[in-house]
Ligand binder design. Structure first.
Ligand SMILES: [Zn+2]
Length: 298
């Protein structure tokens, strides 16, 4: 019996020692990254800011770009998205189908409960990737319809997030069959559910109400932008725009560097901490061949 107790105690000791050793191996860099969102995510391509002041090149195309299938669409045309954003979107659409009832606020301020049948809440993808050329046509057509007035509803070519392939316009059944999208979509249970849950799938509501000064685009309760889960959770919890987030992230980076922080070291630490495999990042530097340099972090 004594031997058995000794053996168990020895085993516990060994396991604990191994835990301590494993903990000890993961030493954070001396200069701490203080911002609540990991540096790795801030450096990722999904943190890209596109607006009238930050234009995309005419030649920019999402990679890899895939045709989104297996979900309901509010258009007869095929819709394309960047692969990771497409997968996240499908996960959100699928999660919606498990919603059997949802309480939402109506235009008159009343709380109502929407009950769904077996299929649950159904979302409809209206649009995703739009090329520079398509956006130029959309913009010109809109101006022609709108007495040549640019009222901020349609983005100028190069300033549309739709060119990134990581955002989507999403509607419900009712709005999917309407000729135009209108802001009162926000009073639907689908719009409110998406706003409440989009961050779980890495999306943000991109053009917030009363944030036109910051974004340059009027409130669009249907437009969701993929930024990855950590950035999305932060932005949606803070209720800020991607523009404001980008400023905060830049300030955090400036502060980190001024304290002597090492970007590669911090990112390597984050990878180890999350036990993620190494990932490559396209740097804002170009080699002699004109191709962007890639940094591989282990
Ligand atoms: Zn949109």
């Amino acid at each position: 019996m004594k031997k058995l107790v000794c053996a168990i105690l020895t085993m516990i000791f060994c396991v604990c020692s191994a835990c301590v050793l494993a903990e000890e191996q993961l030493v954070p860099p001396e200069v701490h990254w203080n911002f609540p969102v990991p540096l790795t995510d801030i450096q990722s391509k999904y943190a890209l800011l596109v607006n009238a002041d930050n234009l995309l090149e005419k030649s920019f195309e999402p990679d890899p770009l895939i045709k989104v299938t297996g979900i309901k669409r509010a258009t007869s045309a095929a819709v394309y998205l960047e692969e990771t954003a497409a997968e996240a979107l499908k996960a959100m659409f699928e999660a919606a189908t498990f919603v059997t009832e949802y309480s939402y606020v109506t235009e008159t301020g009343k709380t109502k409960v929407m009950e769904y049948d077996e299929g649950g809440m159904v979302l409809f993808l209206k649009s995703g990737y739009r090329s520079y050329g398509t956006q130029a046509t959309t913009y010109a057509n809109y101006l022609a319809r709108n007495n040549n007035v640019d009222d901020g509803y349609v983005a100028k070519p190069g300033s549309s997030e739709h060119q990134t392939g990581i955002c989507a316009d999403i509607l419900n059944d009712d709005y999917a069959s309407r000729p135009t999208m209108t802001q009162d979509f926000k009073w639907t249970p689908e719009a409110q559910w998406m706003k409440e849950n989009c961050a779980d799938y890495g999306f943000i509501l991109r053009f917030l109400e009363d944030a036109e000064k910051e974004t340059g685009i009027k409130f669009e309760p249907w437009h969701f932008r993929y930024v990855g889960k950590s950035i999305a959770s932060y932005i949606m919890a803070e209720g800020i725009t991607l523009e404001a987030f980008t400023v905060q992230a830049k300030e955090a980076m400036d502060d980190f560097l001024s304290r002597g922080g090492d970007v590669d070291e911090q990112m390597a630490y984050e990878y180890k901490k999350l036990n993620r495999p190494p990932e490559s990042y396209v740097l804002n530097e170009f080699g002699e061949d004109g191709d962007a340099e890639v940094s591989l972090v282990f």
